[in-house]
Design a protein around this ligand. Structure first.
Ligand code: ADP
Ligand code: ZN
Length: 342
């Protein structure tokens, strides 16, 4: 099924429920970028193709890797006709998008997201780039790929922890946009989505649609795209400080945001109790030991800060996110209350 999505910076063809192998078989100008894990687990997919491989993990998102990849593109005689195909998780789609934006001042690119997180989040929206030391995504561009191929067969080899990372983002969409999805997730569990292909395809497409809708309206994140940061403000701080997997940190960040919303009287219902149960149902943590001072000092450096306030995403009710300016004092109070992991 093809869906064309028109973003301000370009249109993207979304191929839901497809076989990436079939779709790309005829693509003679393609050069593939992947990581060693995905390459090893899906060797047949890459057979006979020009492939550039990098080591797996966030550590690969560096400018020096961009240079290495560009050197390999030159060695493979890539021209402006070449299509760079990023096959992997969010790290690969981020770096492939960036390399394609700068190699020869821009070549075409296509993504085949292979992790749940990449399918529902990272591969969508045109943000790409690399890290600079501890500064995540410090260098990058906003540029759309020409197409994205959603092929859930890749998820068969996805490790458990990576499923959880993806579910954290799925739960995020449910919290800020989709009450019905929240209820569906409450009734089902991870095993259901891992074993029912229909359910999994539906879930991927539903979340991808939410992200598309948001980015189409606000590609440069001046307004509603900020809602997608739900759970990510404190979450990123905790992720950086305690080296937690992204989804786990976001899960804790969503709990913190839910409690701030309740404390500020923004939430109309007891959102944190239901969220807590749902996160646990999908194997995600709801609390982690942290030091309030350390989290606060990172929050004070956040891009969303202005003066003594920061824009924070809260839940007005389940399925409805809202952007609010909060004082650092409010955030600190809530962080301190839950610091002892209870
Ligand atoms: P993200 O969580 O943003 O997708 P990565 O690109 O780092 O981040 O992917 C997470 C991890 O999952 C990496 O170690 C990657 O090699 C691995 N991975 C991605 N897709 C698959 C897959 N289909 N099967 C097994 N491992 C995968
Ligand atoms: Zn995220």
């Amino acid at each position: 099924m093809i869906q064309e999505v028109v973003f301000p910076s370009g249109k993207v063809a979304y191929y839901f429920d497809c076989s990436a192998e079939e779709m790309l078989r005829e693509e003679l100008n393609a050069i593939f970028l992947t990581d060693e894990n995905v390459f090893r687990l899906h060797e047949a997919f890459f057979e006979g193709k020009k492939v550039i491989r990098i080591a797996p993990g966030e550590a690969g998102k560096t400018l020096s890797n961009v240079e290495l990849i560009c050197e390999q593109l030159v060695a493979l005689e890539a021209t402006r006709e070449t299509i760079l195909v990023g096959v992997g998780g969010g790290v690969i789609t981020d770096i492939a998008g960036f390399v394609a934006a700068v190699y020869m001042r821009g070549i075409k690119c296509t993504f085949v997201p292979t992790s749940l997180l990449a399918m529902v989040d990272a591969a969508i929206g045109g943000k790409n780039g690399v890290d600079m030391g501890l500064h995540k995504n410090m260098i990058g561009t906003v540029r759309q790929p020409q197409s994205i191929y959603f092929d859930i067969e890749f998820l068969q080899t996805l490790p458990d922890d990576e499923w959880k990372n993806g579910f954290a983002e799925v739960i995020k969409y449910a919290c800020i946009f989709d009450h019905e999805l929240f209820e569906k997730l409450e009734k089902r569990d991870a095993t259901h989505f891992k074993t029912s292909r229909t359910a999994l395809k539906g879930l991927v497409q539903r979340c991808a649609d939410w992200k598309n809708k948001t980015v189409v309206n606000d590609e440069l994140e001046t307004g509603e795209r900020k809602l997608l940061n739900f759970g990510h403000t404190a979450g990123h701080a905790i992720e950086t400080l305690y080296h937690l997997p992204h989804g786990q940190a976001v899960a804790v960040g969503m709990m913190i945001a839910a409690r701030i919303g309740e404390k500020k009287g923004v939430s109309k219902e007891l959102v944190s109790t239901r969220l807590e149960k749902l996160l646990q149902r999908y194997g995600l943590p709801v609390a982690t030991p942290y030091k309030t001072e350390d989290v606060m000092s990172l929050l004070r450096m956040d891009k969303k800060r202005s003066g003594d306030e920061i824009q924070y995403i809260l839940m007005e009710e389940i399925g409805k996110g809202i952007i609010r300016r909060l004082s650092f004092a409010t955030i600190e109070e809530v962080l301190r209350k839950y610091e002892n992991n209870d």
